[in-house]
Design a binder for this molecule. Structure first.
Ligand code: DC
Length: 220
């Protein structure tokens, strides 16, 4: 069993940016679990399966193949063998992932994949239920958060940098709705594990967060 670092927190708290950087510095493998829920959501969208069509969703979970591949340390999510990294990073897919990740059939499938990855290697894994459900015995657990206004602005800057058109208020509203859904669903809701360290990144830049995380890991 490798070293396991679990990072949870709401959308836009900086989890993936930080976890990626930290993994590189520490020589760990970064596992982005949100990308797996996004790949499933993308499949549902492509196949015109509605977020409330539980029958079709359950059926799809039996046959859809999600796997992970690492190329130069970058995670690629393969949906039925095809790299979907380029098409899952938008708000539409993010919202569909939030809506369809409420189903136990979807979660069981992906949690199993996540646990198998963590057994094989030293991983930094980020998501919503990593410290609570996926890796309850993780060596270090960190709960990253920031105000919804700060998180909306970060998401906005990220999208603008990619040349996507967007509206800051709409993004903040989306974030608040998504937080609510992720925190109030019945199965594996987003919450801070009892033994997780809370880190509010509202007033920190990336290097500030990475340094704070290294200190938390060192102490553990
Ligand atoms: O982190 P993200 O924005 O890529 O995640 C997209 C959605 O997937 C998120 O709103 C909720 C869901 N998700 C989840 O339920 N459990 C995880 N471990 C990761 C993501």
């Amino acid at each position: 069993m490798g070293m396991n670092i679990a990072i949870d927190g709401p959308a836009g708290a900086g989890k993936s940016t930080i976890a990626k950087k930290l993994a590189k510095d520490l020589g760990y493998i970064y596992v982005d679990t949100g990308a797996m829920y996004r790949a499933m959501a993308y499949y549902f969208m492509q196949n015109h399966i509605a977020a409330d069509d539980t029958e079709k969703i359950a059926k799809a979970c039996e046959t859809v193949d999600i796997s992970i591949e690492y190329v130069n340390g970058e995670q690629s999510v393969l949906l039925n063998g095809e790299n979907v990294n380029g098409v899952i990073r938008n708000e539409e897919v993010g919202n569909m992932a939030s809506a369809t990740s409420v189903y136990p059939v979807v979660r069981e499938k992906l949690v199993d994949l996540q646990q198998r990855l963590a057994q094989k290697a030293d991983v930094i894994m980020d998501g919503r239920d990593i410290g609570t459900v996926v890796l309850p015995n993780a060596d270090v657990k960190i709960y990253l958060t920031a105000s919804s206004a700060v998180r909306a602005k970060r998401r906005y800057d990220e999208l603008v940098a990619k040349g996507q058109e967007c509206d800051l208020d709409a993004i903040e509203k989306d974030i608040i709705d998504r937080d609510y859904r992720d925190m109030h669903r019945e199965t594996s809701p987003l919450r801070q594990a009892e033994d997780a360290v809370l880190l509010d990144t509202s007033n920190l830049d990336i290097d500030g967060v990475v340094d704070a995380m290294k200190e938390i890991i060192r102490r553990a």
